[in-house]
Write a protein that binds this ligand. Structure first.
Ligand code: ASP
Length: 347
């Protein structure tokens, strides 16, 4: 019996005959819940419509699953923060754990969806499907993309093929894994991209198809646990450019941040004035992680910068915003730079 078939059989075996999978939609806002004054205008406000309105707009999802919803917050995801992440992670763990739901779908703004997906990928301890979904056009727009995306997300949530793949984003018929997904276009519906291998699956005619495995550690294999945390370590990002000012890096140091991620030029390189501040910060116990402003390619360990000498960490395949999340979680466990580098190799 194939693995996918075995998983499907094991899921069906846990459901009473004829029962549909129980899917909980946790709503957080975003453009999928956005409203504009006119259906043809690009001006709108995210996070206006409630979860029940979203569910009522797509009654077809009730054919796929026993769907219910709850509203966690109703914000544009530009306002996503640590407090909501912690609450969301704890809620998803409870829904998939003691409350016994079969899958969770999270409606979310697209701006920071990749960050929330990666945070949950490291802090939700279940192999049941967790699917983030949003839209690029508000609910009132001509040809709004939210309803089809929500339908696809529920289809993905009930599919055995998404189980054990970690947290996924479902947008524009595609399934993207939490580690590699990025928002790549400011306004297109086809905004999300995966890593070098692209999206890992797709949803078509109400059926999800996952084509690739996910190799990094996540969910049930993650050693990070936020269950008892009420806050996260403070980590900021400094953007690199020619003739870069050291002022932002110094400001994070003065504000006693626990870590700083460099969105460096090229392979995570610093401007010389910034490098000096970074070196002092690292020596004073503020962990520096080098990442890159380049949209593709890894930030390599010990290449142009001698990380071993300065105790910097290279973000490898993580972009700066995801490196920030892993560094925050890493700092909940250790201040040892080698241990932190190991996290970046495994997650
Ligand atoms: N600013 C919106 C948000 O992230 C954009 C969107 O959802 O597409 O909430």
């Amino acid at each position: 019996m194939s693995f996918a078939l075995a998983v499907a059989v094991s899921i069906l075996a846990t459901l009473p005959l004829g029962a549909k999978p129980r899917v909980r939609i946790v709503a957080t806002g975003g453009t999928i819940a956005g409203v504009s004054a006119s259906s043809s205008s690009s001006a709108y406000t995210a996070g206006q419509v409630t979860i029940q309105t979203l569910i009522d707009a797509v009654p077809q999802i009730l054919d796929l699953a026993d769907v219910s919803g709850e509203q966690l917050v109703n914000i544009g995801s530009q306002d996503m923060n640590d407090e909501v992440w912690l609450a969301l992670s704890k809620r998803v763990n409870a829904l998939l754990g003691k409350e016994g739901y079969d899958a969770v779908v999270i409606t979310h703004g697209t701006d920071t969806m990749e960050e929330t997906a990666y945070f949950l990928n490291l802090t939700v301890h279940s192999d049941k499907p967790v699917i983030l979904v949003g839209s690029m056009r508000p609910s009132t727009a001509i040809s709004a993309d939210g309803p089809a995306n929500l339908y696809n997300a529920v289809a993905a949530a009930v599919s055995p093929s998404t189980r054990g793949k970690g947290v996924l984003c479902c947008m524009n018929n595609q399934l993207l894994d939490a580690k590699s997904v990025i928002k790549a276009h400011t306004i297109d519906c086809d905004t999300f991209e995966g890593g070098p291998a692209g999206y890992i699956g797709y949803v078509y005619n109400g059926e999800a198809h996952v084509l690739q495995s996910v190799n990094s550690r996540h969910t049930v294999n993650s050693e990070f646990d936020v269950e008892n945390l009420t806050s996260l370590p403070k980590v900021g990002i400094v953007y690199g450019y020619a003739n870069c000012s050291p002022i932002p890096m110094q400001a994070f140091v003065d504000a006693k941040f626990d870590g700083i991620v460099l969105a460096g030029v090229g392979d995570g390189n610093f401007y010389k004035d910034v490098f000096e501040v970074a070196q002092r910060a690292q020596a004073d116990g503020i962990q520096i992680v080098r990442s890159s402003r380049c949209p593709t390619g890894p930030t390599c360990l010990n290449s142009e910068v001698d990380d071993a000498k300065y105790h910097f960490v290279a973000s490898l395949d993580l972009n700066p915003q995801k490196a920030r999340i892993l560094l925050m979680l890493a700092l909940t466990k250790t201040r040892d730079w080698q241990q932190i580098q190991r996290f970046f190799m495994e997650y």
